[in-house]
Design a binder for this molecule. Structure first.
Ligand SMILES: Nc1ncnc2c1ncn2[C@@H]1O[C@H](COP(=O)(O)OP(=O)(O)OP(=O)(O)O)[C@@H](O)[C@H]1O
Ligand SMILES: [Mg+2]
Length: 407
């Protein structure tokens, strides 16, 4: 049996409590809330699937036994690869959860082996932006396979571990009172992906979508710098953590069970889940606009980890938009990662309109959004011409699919 204690920084507070305890055995989990926390009647991230109660939640089988709201604080491809470099044996899902650093985890949860959270847990250990070049060199080495791990490389790898999700190289860095997610160009990228991501996201921001603040750093490797929206600096140099849950968790889906994704990965279901958690209607409208935007720019990597909710000022809100990149196939993608309407993945106006009511939009409002986003096409082309070099420009222009919003 393997065990991890789950800590949580309370919303709007620097106080960290023990939320509960997770045990796993052969990929099956048991989670129980801390009895003191139950007695206090404290706030919990997922009261729908994991309501506060004294009884144990047994036989958790999704996500290798880890409840989704906890799994969201574990790494994916990148963080797992770095961790594997520093270990001699195989690692399971609980190892990835436990051995990843607490300082950069998404949201407000942290992990440890002690029953009570160590003092100052998760507050230290983030490097300054000046360490970016060191990270780029490190990421480059990892991508290159680290032919032989020297002691120095192992020490570096330990320093560079990351709990953040996603497949691409990334680390969190600090600039004064901002925390920034840095995503450098991958050595295996044929194209300048950070520049493409910057172009798509900065264009969305210029059209009034709610986008994580992005900058493009042209250093040793071109690197996208994204402000972390799940942290807020306090006056004394610490950071408040905003609770965060992925769309994958809202949909109660298991990343490693692709057979179920066709049924589960549907924007209509996602917005229903947001509605259940009282995400405001204006955010539901924004989600609809983002689906249209994904079609416009041809971003088909819109899987449900690339959309989240954050708990801010007492309610769940749609997070700012992140990880939007035009597809690189030389044509608009045939489908998005999630179904967009009653007719599944069909990228047609009829399908997009078919579930407008789920977003609290009437047909006139939904049509207005489709027409509005489609009308951005010429501005998008101009934006790409201004911000992208020739090859990237060609691909980004070829991915534009705004016409589908109209027919
Ligand atoms: N600005 C941000 N603030 C807080 N958390 C973020 C931010 N951007 C991304 N994240 C979190 O980090 C994860 C990884 O980031 P991102 O999706 O940009 O990386 P990626 O490696 O390109 O992902 P993918 O594997 O989907 O291509 C996201 O799923 C999200 O949980
Ligand atoms: Mg992602």
């Amino acid at each position: 049996m393997r065990r991890v204690y789950v800590y949580m920084q309370l919303p709007d507070s620097l106080e960290t409590v023990t939320l509960g305890r997770l045990d796993t055995r052969a990929g099956v989990g048991e989670f129980v809330y801390n009895p003191e926390y139950v007695a206090e009647g404290g706030w919990v991230p997922d009261p729908i699937r994991y309501p506060l109660r004294a009884q144990v939640f047994q036989a958790i089988t999704k996500n290798q036994g880890i409840p989704g709201f906890i799994r969201d604080a574990a790494p994916d491809g990148w963080g797992e690869r770095v961790l594997l470099k520093t270990s001699d044996g195989t690692l399971d899902a609980l190892d990835f959860l436990l051995k990843s650093p607490n300082q950069d985890r998404a949201g407000s949860l942290m992990m440890g082996v002690a029953k009570t959270p160590p003092n100052g847990v998760g507050q230290a250990g983030i490097s300054r932006l000046t360490a970016l070049d060191e990270f780029i060199a490190f990421a480059d080495n990892i991508q290159n396979g680290f032919p032989k791990l020297t002691d120095e490389m192992a020490r570096q790898a330990l320093r560079q571990r990351s709990s953040l999700g996603g497949a691409r190289p990334k680390c969190t860095l600090r600039v004064d009172d901002r925390l920034i997610l840095a995503k450098p160009r991958d050595r295996h990228d044929d194209f300048d992906v950070p520049a493409l991501e910057f172009a798509a996201m900065s264009f969305a921001a210029s059209k009034g979508l709610h986008v994580a603040h992005v900058e493009l750093h042209r250093g040793k490797a071109s690197t996208l710098l994204v402000d972390r929206f799940d942290r807020r600096a306090t006056n004394d140099g610490k950071f408040l953590r905003l609770p965060m849950m992925s769309g994958l968790t809202l949909l109660d889906s298991d990343w490693k069970n692709p057979a179920a994704h066709e049924q589960e990965w549907r924007y209509g279901l996602l917005v229903d889940e947001m509605n259940r958690r009282q995400v405001p209607v204006e955010d539901q409208h924004e989600l609809y606009r983002r689906i249209c935007f994904n079609i416009l720019v041809g971003n088909d990597d819109d899987h449900p980890k690339n959309v989240s909710v954050i708990f801010d000022q007492g309610r769940w809100r749609l997070s700012p938009m992140y990880d939007v990149v035009p597809c690189l196939d030389g044509s608009p993608p045939p489908r998005l990662a999630m179904a967009v309407g009653k007719f599944g993945h069909a990228l047609t106006r009829r399908n997009l309109l078919s579930q407008a009511a789920h977003y609290h939009l009437d047909q006139t409002q939904a049509c207005a959004i489709l027409d509005d986003v489609a009308s951005w096409e010429a501005d998008l082309q101009a934006h790409y011409r201004e911000h992208l070099a020739e090859q990237e420009q060609r691909l980004a222009l070829a991915a534009i699919g705004g016409q589908r919003l109209l027919v």
